[in-house]
Ligand binder design. Structure first.
Ligand code: PEP
Ligand code: MN
Length: 362
């Protein structure tokens, strides 16, 4: 028994450290047959490291399928026995943690609707004390890095060593292309703040539909994510939850074949030399940009002095609109998007107002 446990622990460790780490399985465990068949077909692809399934489903509205509950845990145990693939489920309460561990679930994750609630996260973290199990933490449904960070801290404080992040997008009001807007910059910032934590992308919950899964997955890989969590089902259209976004195990295999896997680094000296040269050019241009910006601010300060002497307001909307329009037209010709130019000029304008205000207050 002891040896069997060790073999299992070693396997989980090996999978946890594998890159890219591929997690797949149904949104929800529905029946024993469905779990076993999904797991077997995923195993046959040879591309899946961890089998996921939702046992308790935190649904936004009551009345939808809320998960099969504890009854589904032996199905996962059996799926692991048959396929040799470690399992992962979502937990949101202490009792769920206890049940999951009782049935040898190998990896736990905290869902987006739980990460938003420090009481729930703390309850889960307390239940994890003294336990050696990897825990993945999904981003909260709202775009708040502090909540995400707080959840990581709570779980880390309970002594969990293997913690990972799952980026599943952020909910926003109104119709967008995505079910949950990816807001890549937030995930990138979270990764910057926590370079030691692996980050997994969850294209299924970002997209909410099948047809754009590949492009989101590819983008994540291009951004050097450590892995993907993608929902699969033996009969996606008839899934009891998240039917629109699930794909078959075979479709998953085809998608993983299509992804261009990039390396963060390659060893060739020639490549490094070429990259270094281009990076120096970028540094040089960045320095120049900053110098030019500081010159621009000095001129703004001069203007502020004139305005102050003539008792004129700092902000002149007409002039600001002129600047913006001119910049957008020029920028577009230079291959810079209107969105970028607008953001950039907004920032420059704000900085300029700060400089001018200082002159006014002197
Ligand atoms: C899920 O993984 O099925 C799930 C409920 O995800 P999320 O917490 O990201 O909504
Ligand atoms: Mn789901």
């Amino acid at each position: 028994m002891q040896t069997q446990q060790k073999v299992n622990a070693d396997l989980v460790k090996e999978k946890w450290n594998k890159r890219p780490l591929i997690i797949s399985g149904p949104c929800s465990a529905e029946t024993e047959e469905q779990v076993i068949e999904t797991a077997s077909r995923l195993a046959k692809t040879g591309k899946v490291d961890i089998l996921r399934a939702g046992i308790w489903k935190p649904r936004t509205r009551p009345g939808s399928f809320e998960g099969i509950g504890t009854k589904g845990l032996p199905w996962l145990q059996k799926a692991k026995e048959i396929t040799g693939i470690p399992t992962a489920i979502e937990v949101a309460t202490a009792k769920q943690v206890e049940d999951a561990l009782h049935f040898d679930v190998d990896v736990l994750w905290i869902g987006a609707r739980t990460t938003v609630n420090p009481f729930s996260v703390q309850e889960v973290a307390d239940a994890l004390r003294g336990v050696n199990v990897p825990v993945l933490i999904k981003n909260p449904i709202n775009p708040d890095l502090e909540l995400w960070t707080g959840a990581v801290e709570r779980v880390a404080k309970s002594g969990i060593k293997d913690i990972g992040l799952i980026h599943r997008g952020f909910s926003s009001y109104g119709n967008t292309e995505y079910r949950n807007a990816p807001m890549w910059h937030l995930a990138i910032e979270m990764k910057r703040r926590n370079p030691e934590l692996p980050i997994i992308n969850d294209p299924s919950h970002i997209c909410g539909r099948r047809d754009i899964l590949l492009e989101v997955a590819q983008k994540a890989i291009d951004l050097d994510y450590d892995g993907l969590m993608i929902e699969t089902h033996i009969d996606p259209d008839n899934a009891w939850s998240d039917a629109k976004q699930q794909i078959t195990p075979e479709q998953l295999a085809a998608m993983l074949e299509e992804i261009i896997w990039r390396k963060e680094d390659v060893a060739s000296e020639e490549y490094h030399a070429a990259l270094e040269k281009l990076r120096q050019q970028i540094n040089h241009l960045d320095d120049e940009l900053m110098f030019i910006l500081s010159q621009r601010m000095k001129i703004a300060e001069k203007i502020a002095t004139y305005k102050k002497e003539n008792n004129i307001t700092i902000l002149q909307t007409k002039r600001w609109n002129e600047i913006l329009e001119r910049a957008c037209t020029k920028g577009e010709k230079l291959g810079l998007s209107k969105e970028f130019i607008t953001k950039y000029f907004d920032a420059v304008h704000l900085e300029s107002i700060t400089h001018q205000t200082k002159i006014f207050n002197d």
